[in-house]
Design a protein around this ligand. Sequence first.
Ligand code: URA
Length: 475
Amino acid sequence: MRVEALDHETDFDGWRAAARRLLTEGVRPEDVRWQVGDTGGDLFDGIGRAVPAAKPRTITVPKAFLADAQRAICHRDPGRFDLLYRLLWRLQRNKGLLANAVDDDVHRLHALTKAIRRDVHKMHAFVRFRSVAGEAEETFVAWFEPEHRITEIGTPFFMRRFATMRWSILTPDRCAHWDKEVLRFTEGAQRSDAPSGDELEDLWRGYFRSIFNPARLKVKAMTSEMPKKYWKNLPEAELIAPLIAEARQMEARMVEAAPTRAKRLAQYDYAEPDLPPADALAALKRKAAACELCDHACHATQTVFGEGPLTARLMVVGEQPGDREDIAGRPFVGPAGALFDEALADADLSRDDLYITNAVKHFRFTPKGKKRLHQPPRVGHIDHCRWWLKAERALVKPRLTLAMGATAIRSLHGTPLKVAAARAEGFECFDGGKAFASLHPAAVLRQTTAADRDRAYRSLVDDLRRAKAEVMEAA
Ligand code: URA
């Protein structure tokens, strides 16, 4: 067995030189034992001594491997030197080895380097310097307890960031000292070697308090980003518990202070008493284009407003724009719209005879690959969007309204009604207007047999005919 002694736990240069020697001599990984310091060995161990060599080889080491090896050596895993030499040995025979992520050794290397990256990241975030009193030149000292032995690879960051300050970072494993010219490393230190408390800590606490947003508080995410083991060395940590406790109350106060729905609606005030109705409708449409009353408005491409002559006696209300309507910015221009146009023609009506709109003015969907799958609006969306429907109705003043489907009924009536009953008996709209219900054209398209589809289609045409007859009668 060949024993290789390294100077210290993170002696990357020592490991590298030894590994090169071993490879050149053809020493197999299972014939090497790595140790840190000279801890003595078996009588038969050959410390630093060549085992009869196989053929010397040309050594190739991918750069990426060296960078990973430098990180992995900082891990506390006692098998790291063996792992790295085994990988190096195998790399001489299989150059593509590192690309094989399911290989046990490669997988282990990735796990070690990932843990080190994370630990270094935490060091950069959580080192807190304290000013040391009594030094001739102001010096800053920080105490930090990393999970792994990362002082050498984690501290050059501070050298760049605090180049003009003298500082030391003390850890139990190694310490780093920057004198504004050279970064030096010494043996590990103890917590008591570092000072505690100075006015810098008040600054940290003030900063932390000011960036703490109670409405964004996610205790789980926060404790995973700022693990509790680091808290004892963070001056701001003492604020965390009281701020979390206060957060709920603070959030409630913020919600109270936020604009109420009534206030938000006020900014959409459509009363344009001096405008002729056609201009008022155009102004309303412009305002709706910037509507942000509900949460899904921002996902849709645009607001799809109603259209048709102001003189229309019949208003037809659908559910919400679909994929095609969202892109075109006009109601009922997709497959349901094509069927609706056909039904209108069969009922001897045309779009010019009616004002057509939707209960909800934005397309609600979930993305699936390249597709956008229709999602029915929630009651909250229907309620928010009713404001626009009210405004449209106040300008159009229809004599009769046809509510196509359950969402339109819910919007116009204010509470749900069974489609069959609302179709047979009609109902009164929120503004006192007269309405009755029909099937939605999309419901016709959803029928699975030709016979059912035909039946549903005829029922829609009948309802359009009935609507036409009623508005003619009322004229
Ligand atoms: N379905 C609706 O309810 N409205 C449209 O505009 C399109 C499809």
